[in-house]
Design a protein around this ligand. Structure first.
Ligand code: ZN
Ligand code: ZN
Length: 214
């Protein structure tokens, strides 16, 4: 039995939603690597880490994640509750992704598991719980994360749902990629999902940084 199946059904559904939208998140993280001025105020992931037996495990937050076509690594940004000897730098495979978070001006995209976490907090602690990031980034949310996602506009040009551009533009008819002349593609070397202008090299930030060649 995998770690997701051991989660309560509500949480498992939220994790599947985070995983199914992960490529769009990866594209944003990749492009952010090339920016001199960052577009996002915060980029976080939540991952499942376990000991060697895979019997004891927990979810931890990682800040400023570095993502390759197969791995996610980052700096531990939450206090481990069970795995006390977890190193500061954590690396897991993509299959261990539990959630992703992009934040601009205290408004978050992603955060699919936040609703589920909030539903487990006793009423008298909820107000406090909602004061702090990453939970506070989703206080704007009036619909369950899954329904909110369906509200995001479908781009007239590429036919894809604009998961991210919504954060800045709210209701674009053409998604933020198409309106900037970008196309979704995969890194020619490692298949990492990216977005590029037609004149730009189809190589992800990781392959660019490591100088990998065709
Ligand atoms: Zn589009
Ligand atoms: Zn690559």
């Amino acid at each position: 039995m995998g770690w997701i199946e051991r989660e309560p059904p509500e949480m498992a559904r939220a994790i599947h939603l985070a995983q199914s939208t992960f490529p769009e998140f990866q594209r944003q993280v990749d492009l952010e690597c090339f920016r001199i001025v960052p577009a996002f105020d915060n980029i976080f992931v939540k991952v499942f880490v376990s000991d060697d037996s895979e019997l004891t495990g927990e979810h931890v937050f990682l800040s400023s994640p570095v993502i390759t076509s197969t791995t996610i690594s980052g700096t531990l940004a939450s206090e481990p509750q069970a795995l006390l000897d977890l190193p500061d730098q954590v690396e897991v495979g993509h299959q261990h992704l539990a959630d992703w978070f992009l934040e601009i001006n205290d408004v978050g995209v992603g955060g699919f598991t936040i609703d589920v976490l909030k539903s487990g907090v006793p009423a008298e602690f909820l107000e406090d719980y909602c004061k702090y990031p990453p939970v506070s980034w989703y206080n704007h949310r009036t619909l369950p994360a899954e329904e909110e996602l369906l509200q995001h506009p479908v781009c007239e040009t590429c036919g894809q749902r604009d998961i991210i551009g919504w954060i800045a533009l709210r209701k674009p008819v053409i998604c933020s990629l198409c309106s900037n002349g970008l196309q979704r593609m995969k890194c020619q070397l490692c298949s990492y999902p990216i977005m590029r202008h037609s004149t730009q090299p189809e190589k992800c930030a990781h392959c660019t940084a490591t100088g990998a060649v065709h």
